[in-house]
Design a protein around this ligand. Structure first.
Ligand code: AMP
Length: 281
């Protein structure tokens, strides 16, 4: 696997690939890799000629300094996992490489109603940071395909909107959420859970699955209230549970005029904040 830390070297190499008509698949990550990330690498290897992964813990998308400080960093293991998955190259920039004039200078984007709900509402500035870093990556890499996970459903919608605003030719491809055998969505943050918290964490996915089972018989509000009751245990502090239109991400009160709906939730287990979602139909 090739390793690039600097933009000019990476771009020179990618230009050579393009001259040879090879298309470039890109998987942006913040490291502490798990099989969810590797499933995106595998998807890229199927859909693109060359697979580039990036590892960059983007400070501008963290609304809590302590969350940034505690974000797990396991770079040696990450490199081994990427090699094992057959990833072609890793881009490992530092903050100065990503934001040469400081992050204040980087362009910012607005995402209208997409960023006023759920993660956007509960993590102020988060999606502005995501927009910033993805725009910078697009400028550097200009991938033919970019692979991102359903796990971060709202982020996927935001990045789709960014690509539209930029009139970008990059195709955005969704990878399904990889889960532990007990249903817990894989996440870099799971390694911060205590054994007790880890035991109880699958309740998040169980609640989402139960919600999906009620679509034909219950209203969105009834499903939401039952889910909130189910998640109301001492170990959890609920941030939100929403039933939303899967395209606009706006909360819905009826399934009647909604082509596709999604249930999304964020829960604190102690200090660790976990998110998950399920497409209802
Ligand atoms: P992160 O390192 O958390 O920024 O995630 C990098 C990419 O991996 C994003 O596109 C995520 O949506 C995706 N991802 C994270 N967890 C999972 C998972 N459990 N299954 C599939 N994709 C995931």
């Amino acid at each position: 696997m090739l390793l690039f830390k600097q933009v000019p070297q990476l771009q020179k190499y990618l230009d050579t690939l393009r001259e040879n008509n090879r298309n470039i698949g890109f998987v942006p990550t913040m490291g502490a890799l798990h099989d969810g990330h590797l499933s995106l690498i595998r998807l890229s290897k199927q859909g693109s000629d060359f697979t580039l992964c990036s590892i960059f813990v983007n400070p501008t998308q963290f609304n809590e300094a302590s969350d940034l400080d505690k974000y797990p960093r396991t770079i040696e293991k990450d490199v081994e996992m990427l090699i094992g998955a057959g990833c072609d190259a890793l881009f490992l920039p530092d903050v100065n490489e990503m934001y040469p004039g400081g992050s204040q200078q980087a362009e910012t984007y607005s995402f209208g109603d997409l960023e006023t709900v759920m993660e956007g509402e509960h993590r102020p500035g988060h999606f502005a940071g995501v927009g910033q870093v993805i725009k910078r990556f697009l400028d550097i890499v200009n991938p033919d395909q970019m692979y991102m996970g359903q796990k971060d459903f709202q982020q996927f919608a935001i990045v789709g909107d960014l690509l539209r605003q930029l009139e970008s030719k990059t195709e955005l491809v969704m990878g399904e959420t990889r889960r532990e055998p007990d249903g817990l969505a894989m996440s870099s943050r799971n390694m911060r859970l205590t054994p007790e918290e880890r035991n109880i964490a699958p309740l998040i996915h169980q609640t989402l699955t139960a919600a999906k089972g009620k679509v034909k018989t219950h209203s969105p509000e009834q499903i939401k209230q039952e889910a909130i009751r189910q998640l109301d245990i001492p170990e959890f502090t609920l941030d939100y549970f929403e039933i939303a239109d899967a395209t606009t991400l706006q909360p819905i009160t009826s399934f009647e005029n909604t082509k596709s709906a999604v249930a999304c939730t964020a829960v604190f287990l102690g200090k660790v904040r976990l998110i998950d979602n399920i497409l209802l139909y």
